[in-house]
Design a protein around this ligand. Sequence first.
Ligand SMILES: Cc1cc2nc3c(=O)[nH]c(=O)nc-3n(C[C@H](O)[C@H](O)[C@H](O)COP(=O)(O)OP(=O)(O)OC[C@H]3O[C@@H](n4cnc5c(N)ncnc54)[C@H](O)[C@@H]3O)c2cc1C
Length: 607
Amino acid sequence: MHLTPAVAALCISALPKAAHATTSETCCSALGATALKSQVVYPGSAGYKKSIDSYWAENVQLEPTCILQPRTAQDVSFAVSTLVAADGGACKFAIRGGGHTTWAGANNIVDGVTIDLSLMNTTTYDKKAGTASILPGSRWGGVYETLAKDNVTVPGGRSGVVGVAGFLLGGGNTFHTARVGFGCDNIVNYEVVLANGTIIEANKDSHADLFKALKGGSSNFGIVTKYDMRIIDGDKLWGGIVTYDNSTTLRHLEAGHKFINNLENDPYASWIGMWGYISVTDQNMVANALEYTSPVAYPAAFDDFITITNTSSSMRIADIWNLTQELGQAAGYRDVFLTASFVNNLDMMKRTVDIHNRMIEEAKTGAKGDDYTMSTMIQPWPKLFTDHSTDLGGNMLGLDRFDENLFQVLFDYSWKDEADDALFNQLANSALEELTTYSKLIGADNEFIYLNYANNNQNPLSTYGPENVEFIRTVAKKYDQTGVFQTQVPGGFKISAVSNEQEDGEGSGNSRTFAGNDCRQMGTDIAVLKFDVECHRKDACDILDVIFAAAAVSVPALVVAKLSSLYHRILERQKAYNWDIHIISAVICGYSLALVFALILRAIVSQ
Ligand SMILES: Cc1cc2nc3c(=O)[nH]c(=O)nc-3n(C[C@H](O)[C@H](O)[C@H](O)COP(=O)(O)OP(=O)(O)OC[C@H]3O[C@@H](n4cnc5c(N)ncnc54)[C@H](O)[C@@H]3O)c2cc1C
């Protein structure tokens, strides 16, 4: 029997509630009372254990009340209608694609239902249309393997184990990005289950607003049950991993810096620079993932890397499936990812590796466990990537605001011992904070945070630019009027967690931004400090004006940098947690005034 979502919803709301059942038990019972019964698994069953164990990072292996494993878009639609109607809308649920996000609660839930899409995992090639239809539970390895039979591929994950669904919803950086844009730029159609259970197609002609919003806007609109992607002819590459002694760092950074600026001359080339420490072997080394998206060995684009003496190399001509098996990282560890973007600047790159090395020393003295790895990755993020996105109709990332070539840093720490959770999270956060502060000091900062690498204390959607934030907010409201994907699905990065400038201030007339308020500390090297503090209230802005003016003439540059960093951190958290902006403004202003006047007083007294 096939029930429409509306009929299903009626039936569910009429179901008697189990006596003393908690909300999440009621939600599981509601699913269990439908035709989906055989697809619901509970703690203690083999299916449940297999699903939980297959999350990549151990720290995200939460235990939901039950897991639903749909097989079709209709199953997903039925499940959403059921969960929205059951228990007066109190059911919380999570959506899981490949399960590779490293922070707990993004793709799983404790008190609620997890919709695990992993059984929806096939790929179908439509030769005539030149597209591949990929279901959301697929992993990239499986996609490449299927498409290899026809000697075609798609721009997807660089590690075969990674899930398709989340990767494409967050953007998707690939070996092919310099040639064809991000993974999401190459999607021509999405099949989406909306909050009311309707299944729709979103493409450039139908629901075009949703089509665009899904390109980077993540899980704010519905559950994607199919991605149709444009294919690329030929799946053979020249690539592999080359390792080097740590003493060659500077040459890699110089080569990488140049590579980013030259990528437009040969967009077939792709480089990931990795600095990695492995505790069990006590090795700290450099590794490059070099990939050329055509079966051509030793292309000139890699000359500066190739001439550096290596300690091992797996460079070969192989298909993309083979190469993405090699780039997989071990699963079963506790992990943290933290990321930021910077202007392509050699000093920034050097500082990145310096901080990486220092964090390793701190881990050596602080770690309780003896099995951990600390990787710091540097990846190109040049203007060229964005140019392709624009040509293909645009996405939500908002990178077209930036004129400079960027590079991206990913601090990727993995450890075995739960007792080290606090240590590695703290080290990754300190590393990022220090690097970001330095970038502001030398004017190499960039606000963009890549969602797929972001941690839960970051707010990537807020860095997409005001227009795109507003667009995502509007589209989310249009397709999910009751906010199911904001409240009933708490996992992932939510547009509702991005503060609404208009509502926070006292009207748009009072909202303005300090941009490029340069403070110069005459006669010192660290001369230029860039302030970019968003001000929401006129009085707070006026006070900050005075503070910055005073700071420019009387406060040592480092103190000003610290203040700037503090403002940024507080304002980021204000956005993330929706703290009251008036209280925050008052605290910032009060603290700053007190500090600045104390410093001025000290300077006067000491003269
Ligand atoms: C080893 C490794 C290698 C990686 N390599 C790359 C890389 O080369 N390039 C890159 O850009 N990123 C890379 N990443 C990051 C990766 O893109 C993200 O972790 C991404 O979220 C993975 O997708 P997933 O389906 O496994 O995610 P999940 O964790 O399952 O989901 C991510 C988010 O999307 C939501 N979601 C999942 N499926 C759906 C759906 N069908 N509809 C609506 N919402 C959904 C989830 O609720 C969750 O909030 C890598 C990560 C790892 C761990």
